[in-house]
Structures are given as structure tokens and as C-alpha cells.
Design a protein around this ligand. Sequence first.
Ligand SMILES: *Cc1c(COP(=O)(O)O)cnc(C)c1O
Length: 234
Amino acid sequence: MGSIADNLGGVTRLIQKATLQAGRKPGSVNLLAVSKTRSAEELREAVAAGQRAFGENYLQEALDKIEALTDLADIDWHFIGPIQSNKTRQIASAFSWVHSVDRLKVARRLSEQRETDLPPLNICLQVNINNEQSKSGCKPEELPELVSEISKLPGLSLRGLMAIPDPDQAEPALRASFHRLANALNELKQTCPAAGPLDTLSMGMSGDLELAIAEGATWVRIGTSVFGKRVPKS
Ligand SMILES: *Cc1c(COP(=O)(O)O)cnc(C)c1O
């Protein structure tokens, strides 16, 4: 691996190439740098190289970094980890996006707790696209009801769907998982057109970003290819 700046350049080129190959509009895929376990200094390096959007999984770790980096302007913080409902207040005030909403209770709390002087919180519904036991995400068949309830919440802007497909699938099955998520978003656009912008597919990580872009990803969430291999959190 090179420096963080070099890695960001490499990932950006990969995204551009995959976007072009998919016949999609240049600039239609955004890079979320997934910075869990990374130090504030490493994030500073990424910001110096032009990166603005960061994805964090662990609330306390994220709040510490947000605090350490308040001198930097225009950073967009995205929460992408499992959400405990007693932690929603801090998430609603410190982040501009939450990709991992998977139940109504959490959505309601985030909406109520979003300060009214802030723009609505951008959210994606996380879908358990491979019906994996013990994995976060709602079931695909729960989406219409969830979306219809969430569309009534004034503190949220429903941007779209997120998934973490089972990474052990062979490539065709993985691609089919991304395709199902894209289809689910298209269906929601037809059936609940007023539910929110519904312009976002958060899918694709370091190992599968090309496949995700081919199937319509608008945010790819990239950790390892930007910051290097993670040391497991102790
Ligand atoms: C860690 C993580 C990523 C990034 O994974 P890499 O394989 O390191 O790119 C993306 N999305 C979520 C939800 C994660 O937890």
C-alpha cells in the first residue's frame, strides 16, 4: 500500500473506470472513506488529500475523532454501524448521514432528536439482502411498510438503501445481490414516489466496488483500499 493520498487517488481512478465501463454519468459514484479503527491523524491526511466524507461504525470512537477534527471545515460524517436505540441522540446531532437504519423505532428517535436548526438527517435503510441469520438490516419484504412510515418523519430525508452482501458468495451471486438492492430501490420509487429523494444506493466495499458500481451504487464504502489493512479492534 502507498500513502493515504496515493491510495485515495488509486481508488478514485478505479471508481472512474468502473463508472465509465457501466455507461454511467461521470461523478455519479461517491467515495465514502470508511475510517473505523483509524486515528484522527490518518483522517487528517485523507482530508489534506481532498477527501471529505468519512464512514464510522463505532459511536464513541467516531465522537472522539469528530471532536479532534473540529478545526477542519466541511467534513461529512456518515454513521454506518449497528445502532443501539439508546445512542440515537448523539448520532442524530453529530452525523449528516446514517446508512444503517433498519427499524422504525430507530428512525423515529433519529427524527425526533435531530435538531431543528440542522437540515434533515440523510438516511438509508439497511437491507439484509442475503437473508443472513444474525445480520443487521430489515427484510426486503418489510421495506414498503417501513418506507411509508418513515416518509412521515420530518427530521429525516430518506435517500435510499444500503446493504452489506455476504462477501463469501461467488461473483455472480454477489452481483445478483447488488442487483436485488437496486431493484428494491426502483420499486420504492414507483410505489412511494413521495417518500424522499430515493436517489442513493450505498453498496460496494474494497473487494467488490466494480460490481456494485455496475449495478448502480452511488456511494461505495471503502476502508482497506484507502487506509490499508485494519488491525482487529481489541
Ligand atoms: C468496514 C466496513 C466497510 C469497508 O470495508 P473494506 O473492506 O475495508 O473496504 C464498508 N461498509 C461497512 C458497513 C463496514 O463496516
